[in-house]
Design a protein around this ligand. Structure first.
Ligand code: F6P
Length: 253
């Protein structure tokens, strides 16, 4: 704690909390764009925060991505009954970065339980209607909708579109509508307005309002604008980020 104060991280946290109107900001030293251990630190900070807040049995909904994968790597038993569920259906990630893989890994490390969502991506309207009524999927969806903690990553809009091998006409739309961030399959402009949404089942943005905690974990200087954009679109609870992203946000956004 002393080292953190000396290095100014505590001051930076307070500054960001005020600037972004976020209840709590936790900053780890360094830049996760440059050093992989910083991303691991983000994961560790997220697990430490979970340990602090979780006092009773909970359902935790988790998104995909490499940052969430590092949270899974850092997971330890939380000594309550935890159920981990993927926040949204397939959003085009590689297996190791898919929410399904991540929740299974978290549950194993935590000695908890998990449910998976197997949904094609993209999902057509007809299939969507059929799938949400499928009993096993409907059950998982009800766990997701009742999750009290949501743990998620943020990406840069165009980087995410590319990573998901998004159709050209959608990439064009994202470009012309100036999308800068992505989270939960939603793409946002710098004001935090939704400009596009991937059709899939699971958590919808409006569901976040009824959770106890929305924990956003995202770092790296390159994500500064994406983080600033996402944080604008709602009152967020907790942001866990790194020094490089935080400094860039304070200076630029
Ligand atoms: O695809 C899942 C997801 O959580 C996205 O919503 C987010 O933009 C991305 O992963 C973050 O990925 P990473 O942590 O690898 O930057």
């Amino acid at each position: 704690a002393f080292i953190r104060e000396l290095s100014g991280l505590t001051t930076l946290e307070a500054k960001l909390e005020q600037m972004m109107d976020v209840e709590k900001v936790i900053i780890v030293a360094g830049d996760s764009d440059k050093e992989t251990f910083v991303k691991q630190e983000l994961g560790r900070a997220a697990v430490a925060f979970l340990k602090e807040i979780i006092k009773k049995d909970v359902t935790i909904a988790v998104t995909g991505g490499t940052t969430m994968a590092s949270v899974a790597n850092a997971m330890v038993p939380l000594n309550v009954k935890c159920l981990f569920v993927p926040a949204r259906g397939g959003v085009g990630e590689k297996v190791e970065n898919q929410a399904n893989t991540i929740v299974a890994k978290m549950a194993k490390a935590e000695k908890g339980d998990y449910r998976l969502l197997h949904v094609p991506d993209p999902l057509s309207e007809t299939l969507y209607q059929t799938i949400i009524n499928e009993p096993s999927i409907a059950e998982t969806l009800s766990y997701i909708k009742n999750a009290s903690i949501v743990l998620h990553g943020i990406g840069e809009a165009l980087a995410m579109a590319e990573r998901r091998k998004t159709d050209d006409h959608i990439v064009e739309k994202l470009t012309s509508e100036k999308a800068v961030s992505e989270a939960f399959g939603y793409y946002f402009n710098r004001e935090g307005e939704i400009v596009h949404k991937v059709r899939t089942i699971g958590i919808q943005l409006e569901d976040l309002a009824s959770t106890d905690y929305v924990i956003t974990v995202a770092g790296g200087k390159s994500k500064a604008q994406a983080i600033a954009s996402f944080m604008k679109q709602r009152k967020n609870d907790v942001l866990i980020t790194d020094e490089a992203a935080a400094t860039e946000i304070v200076n630029q956004y």
